[in-house]
Design a protein around this ligand. Structure first.
Ligand code: ADP
Ligand code: MG
Length: 230
């Protein structure tokens, strides 16, 4: 069972003489299969915390344990290796490659992981089907709606069969209907595959999908939801 444990993590950014304490001692346990929202006002530290959980960034002090392994003791390459097979990302602005089709965008992480062509093709088609976009496989991002683009991003994040998906404000640039579709797909995939989802949001329409709500304020967790056993 996958468990991520953030222990007494701080993250301070320094630009010139100005120090910003983005996180001030955060403890958080994420268990396998959670569907958890990180909420809090803009600037409260949601993105910073997601980046620590996703091993894209390192805490200034404190630790991040993945399955009992202290990721803060790994070097950059070792962290990238740990991340590559286990964690998928979804971003606010979709972050698709504009010159590639939906199919090719979903295929890219599989190419990078060296998956064989026949298996790759089957996997890409399965993922596009899972997000309801089989009929848009050969469209480029600019030929898709925002909601469709984000569904491609969901398919891309899931293609490597990660154990955890981290989504930063996944619906912030979508209208209500498209936001709902994206959340419903993420919820369905969470139930069907057991993949852990952690998403940052301040949209009440999105928060209501969460099984657990973790609230941040000024770089600290002020409410820790219910699911953590720690
Ligand atoms: P949220 O995602 O909740 O809006 P962030 O985690 O992005 O909050 O930011 C928390 C605080 O850290 C903010 O005050 C922000 O300005 C600051 N911050 C975030 N990233 C950086 C950075 N790379 N350099 C300097 N300050 C940063
Ligand atoms: Mg943010």
């Amino acid at each position: 069972m996958e468990v991520t444990k953030v222990i007494n993590a701080t993250r301070t950014f320094k630009i010139g003489e100005v120090e910003t304490k983005a996180l001030r001692g955060v403890d958080l346990t994420i268990e396998s299969g959670e569907f958890t929202a990180l909420v809090g006002p803009s600037g409260s530290g949601k993105t910073t915390l997601l980046q620590l959980i996703g091993l894209l960034d390192q805490p200034t002090s404190g630790s991040v344990f993945i399955n009992g392994k202290d990721a803060t003791r790994l070097n950059r390459d070792q962290r990238a290796d740990l991340r590559k097979g286990t964690i998928g990302f979804i971003f606010q602005f979709f972050a698709l490659i504009p010159t590639l089709t939906a199919y090719e965008n979903v295929e890219l992480p599989l190419l990078l992981n060296g998956m064989k062509p026949a298996e790759r093709k089957a996997r890409v088609n399965e993922m596009l089907e899972a997000v309801g976009l089989s009929d848009r496989a050969h469209h480029r991002p600019d030929q898709l709606s925002g909601g469709q683009q984000q569904r491609v991003a969901v398919a891309r994040a899931l293609s490597i069969r990660p154990s955890m998906i981290l989504a930063d404000e996944p619906t912030a640039n979508l209208d209500t209907e498209n936001g709902k579709q994206v959340m419903e797909i993420m919820q369905k995939l969470n139930k069907e595959t057991g993949v852990t989802f952690v998403f940052a949001t301040h949209d009440p329409r999105v928060i209501k999908y969460a099984n657990r709500v973790v609230t941040l304020r000024d770089g600290m967790i002020v409410e820790n939801g219910n699911s953590a056993k720690a």
